[in-house]
Design a protein around this ligand. Structure first.
Ligand code: HPA
Length: 272
């Protein structure tokens, strides 16, 4: 079965839970799952119950798709995402993004945990992603293009929409939350970077580095969705002495920054 037909089946399965007709989608990054408490949930569906969603190769749940409202606005949220480093094919990583598009999502809010490499980046900072660099990541649009999903040569001149960025800045100012801005450097992981790699990433003009988001944003742009994305800086790649970064540290830092992050996303949704 081709991707388009799989998308039709998955979205037909989900459509009954989307009676409210959500046009806002949210992807929650590592450690940011508490954001679901902002949602007045009408339905939660484990990924494994959705036709054609990627099948987990490792034990344990991979997350769920949540239907509900935030500030009265219907939303669809992904609590948990599929990472390329887990062994999923790029088209599987982006399958849920395309499903959201099929369900009517126009605006996609993406979040992630990332390492800070820019000048002055600190653990706990929130960074609006203004652009990205895809580094050695397999492009999810490789292969035959289905014109029903988007054009062969997708424009990437403004993958992160300026009007959404401005909205976030206005909201943060009103809430008294400091937001940084910068370029997200997408890597495959699963290793954290070496000292030399963090230095290279900084030299190449990026401010944060992470293992998600890029493939999703490419697929969303291809599909004509308006994307806003924000990183929570969970570690700092360039530091003088000790440079050991652990997954636990990343999750803990994301959790601590989560209330600030949630406030911005919640108000963004209220303002859309
Ligand atoms: N590097 C890559 N991915 C990450 C990092 C990092 O330092 N922190 C959180 N995700």
């Amino acid at each position: 079965m081709n991707t388009y037909d799989k998308l039709v089946e998955a979205s037909q399965f989900l459509q009954p839970f989307n009676a409210a007709g959500a046009n806002i989608g949210v992807v929650l990054g590592s450690g940011l799952g508490n954001f679901v408490q902002e949602i007045a949930i009408t339905k939660e569906i484990p990924y494994e119950e959705i036709p054609h969603f990627p099948v987990s190769t490792v034990e344990g749940h991979h997350g769920k798709l949540i239907f509900g409202t935030i500030a009265g606005k219907p939303v669809i949220a992904m609590a948990g995402r599929f990472h390329f480093y887990e062994g999923y094919a790029p088209e599987d990583v982006v399958f849920p993004i395309r499903v959201m598009k099929f369900l009517g999502v126009q605006t996609l809010l993406v979040s992630n945990a990332a390492g800070g490499v820019g000048e002055g980046m600190q653990v706990g900072d929130l960074m609006i992603i203004t652009d990205h660099i895809s580094f050695a990541i397999k492009n999810p649009l490789l292969g035959a293009n289905d014109n029903r999903l988007g054009p062969r040569f997708a424009d990437m001149s403004e993958p992160y929409k300026k009007d959404l960025i401005q909205k976030a800045k206005d909201i943060a100012q009103r809430l008294g939350i400091r937001l940084k801005e910068g370029v997200y450097f997408g890597v495959t992981g699963p290793t954290f970077e070496t000292r030399a790699e963090y230095k290279m990433i900084r030299l190449l003009g990026a401010h944060a580095v992470g293992m998600s988001t890029v493939q999703e944003v490419i697929a969303a742009s291809h599909a004509g969705m308006n994307v806003f994305a924000m990183s929570v800086i969970t570690d700092v790649g360039i530091r003088e002495e000790e440079n050991i970064i652990t997954h636990d540290e990343v999750l803990q830092a994301a959790k601590e920054a989560e209330p600030k992050f949630s406030a911005v996303f919640r108000e963004m949704i209220a303002a859309l």
